[in-house]
Write a protein that binds this ligand. Structure first.
Ligand code: UDP
Length: 218
């Protein structure tokens, strides 16, 4: 029986990460099978040439070992699916592109997706199921929580702490913190695309603009 790998989610995020996952499988486990899982599918089909099925069908496939990358941008959905996978004793799969650079002393928990041209600087700690999309970087001494999501080209400078479930929009720039006073983006906060964050963002807050300010909802 061969091992089985899957990309969970066959929409934008999943289809973008599949080629990276495929190249990783080719490199590390050439005999393994690779499929898409998507619960929007009622019957088995194909997406971009890969078999695609819902989670119940995936669970029925016999395999010596199953590993799944959750490729869905919404961190809360990633958490819900991660909990189901763990309960079913299926491994959370870490996928990173060949172009990714990871410096010394980096610790990344299971289930992350590092897209092409992502750089992780020295002595960074990253939690479960982190998504760093195209061209994003995390500079030295940052601490990133669980289920954090970076859209493309996020610039996360040194000594920044980003708490669980925060979402950082495309092109956002976060100012470097200090070793004894890191800049903190609170739990579940949302940083809008292109924002320039110069100070702490409270848990659950939504900030936009340059310099980033609280978005006042009408
Ligand atoms: N999805 C799923 N199981 C869930 C929640 C979502 O399979 O419990 C799938 C959903 O059917 C969709 C994909 O995940 O195909 C999410 O796609 P969306 O376009 O919302 O987001 P993105 O691909 O940008 O993360």
């Amino acid at each position: 029986m061969s091992s089985l790998f899957a990309v969970y989610g066959a929409s934008g995020c999943g289809r973008s990460l599949m080629p990276i996952a495929a190249s990783q499988v080719k490199r590390t486990a050439p005999d393994a099978k690779l499929v898409f899982i998507d619960d929007g599918l009622t019957s088995e089909s194909e997406v971009n040439g890969y078999p695609a099925m819902n989670y119940d069908s995936f669970k029925c496939i016999p395999a010596s070992q199953k590993s799944v990358l959750i490729a869905i941008a919404n961190g809360s959905i990633r958490q819900k699916i991660a909990e189901a996978l763990i309960a079913d004793k299926i491994a959370l799969w870490h996928v990173q592109d060949d172009s990714t650079i990871i410096m010394d002393g980096v610790n990344i928990a299971e289930g992350s997706a590092l897209s092409p041209f992502v750089t992780i600087g020295a002595n960074v700690t990253i939690g479960k199921c982190f998504h760093a999309n195209l061209y994003s970087y995390v500079e030295h001494d940052c601490v990133i929580g669980d289920f954090v999501t970076f859209a493309p080209r996020v610039s996360c400078n040194g000594n920044i702490h980003i708490e669980d479930h925060a979402y950082i929009g495309a092109g956002a720039v976060i100012k470097q913190g200090l070793p004894d006073k890191p800049l903190v983006i609170g739990k579940g906060a949302i940083v809008g695309m292109g924002a320039v964050v110069t100070k702490d963002v409270a848990a659950g807050a939504v900030v936009v603009g340059n310099p980033a300010r609280l978005l006042i909802k009408e």
